[in-house]
Design a binder for this molecule. Structure first.
Ligand code: ADP
Ligand code: MG
Length: 274
């Protein structure tokens, strides 16, 4: 327990300073009686990309879901700890769930646009889901802006009325990013957004992430170490050893995590020796 406390304390100070968009403090998570995260702390600096890496089952997706309160939708799930969004407690009883979701968007591994709905309506749907309204001209402008930011506008501008499901996998994923952006989130959580995509689509999404990060803070889970190295400025290495709950072994700037990690397990993982 002593070692873990020390590791956690280091995690906090090693992440570069600058305002944290999200600050997760001592997050523990359970499914029923089973603890899957143990006091995970991580500050995710604004205007940058933080990559969460680590083997399957170590709690990366669970950690992401605690950040935007999706975790509490799972009936057996519970949690302890604090999540601050630009200093404001996401779990404060006074914060409406829809507001938390609007400010912290999420994109999943499998692109999930509404397949029968038009490309245009898919983007606008993001607004409707959180109770937002807009006039036609505003919607037109929003659709162009969000598709543009997602790097999809040029490809679909002439077929906005076609169903979202008619797009390729990579285009569908960029459509999902555009839909997320429609509510102007402050943070975008991405859970292995490229795992189902080919290398070309993957690079296209990485380019989008790179361009977006200036205005939307991004937290991305990835199993692709080259991708983590390419897109992120910070990395957190998660691990759940021998049935113990997941912890962050080490977090810090990406260059350090890849080139001079302080924990041997981090070095082994990033160099594919796991
Ligand atoms: P990762 O994303 O790093 O692969 P997860 O967060 O998905 O890890 O899972 C962490 C642990 O929690 C795993 O042991 C997994 O089996 C368990 N788990 C995940 N989701 C659920 C759930 N809905 N119900 C019960 N256990 C779950
Ligand atoms: Mg996962």
């Amino acid at each position: 327990a002593m070692t873990r406390t020390t590791t956690q304390a280091m995690t906090r100070t090693m992440v570069p300073t600058g305002q944290a968009a999200l600050d997760a403090r001592e997050i523990s998570a359970w499914f029923g009686d089973r603890k899957v995260l143990d006091r995970v702390s991580l500050a995710m600096p604004a205007g940058s990309v933080t990559a969460l890496i680590g083997p399957s089952g170590c709690g990366k997706s669970t950690f992401l879901r605690t950040l935007n309160r999706m975790h509490e939708l799972i009936p057996s799930a519970s949690l302890a700890g604090e999540v601050l969004l630009f200093g404001k407690d996401v779990y404060d009883p006074g914060v409406k769930l829809t507001d938390a979701r609007r400010e912290i968007g999420m994109v999943f591994q499998k692109p999930n646009p509404f397949p029968a709905m038009s490309i245009y309506d898919n983007v606008v749907a993001g607004l409707k889901l959180t109770g937002g309204r807009a006039r036609r001209a505003e919607k037109d402008a929003l659709v162009e802006e969000c598709l543009g930011k997602a790097g999809l506008w040029v490809e679909v501008r002439d077929r906005l009325r076609q169903p979202g499901g008619a797009l390729s996998g990579g285009q569908q994923q960029r459509l999902c990013i555009a839909r997320s952006l429609a509510v102007r989130p402050r943070v975008l959580l991405m859970d292995e957004p490229c795992s189902a995509l080919d290398p070309t689509s993957t690079r296209r999404i990485e380019q989008t992430i790179h361009e977006l990060a200036h205005e939307v803070t991004i937290v991305i889970v990835t199993h692709n170490m080259q991708q983590a190295a390419r897109v992120s400025q910070q990395c957190a290495f998660f691990l759940a050893e021998q049935g113990t709950p997941g912890v962050i072994v080490e977090a810090g700037d990406t260059k350090t995590i890849f080139e001079a990690p302080s924990d041997q397990r981090t070095a082994d993982y990033v160099h594919g020796r796991f």
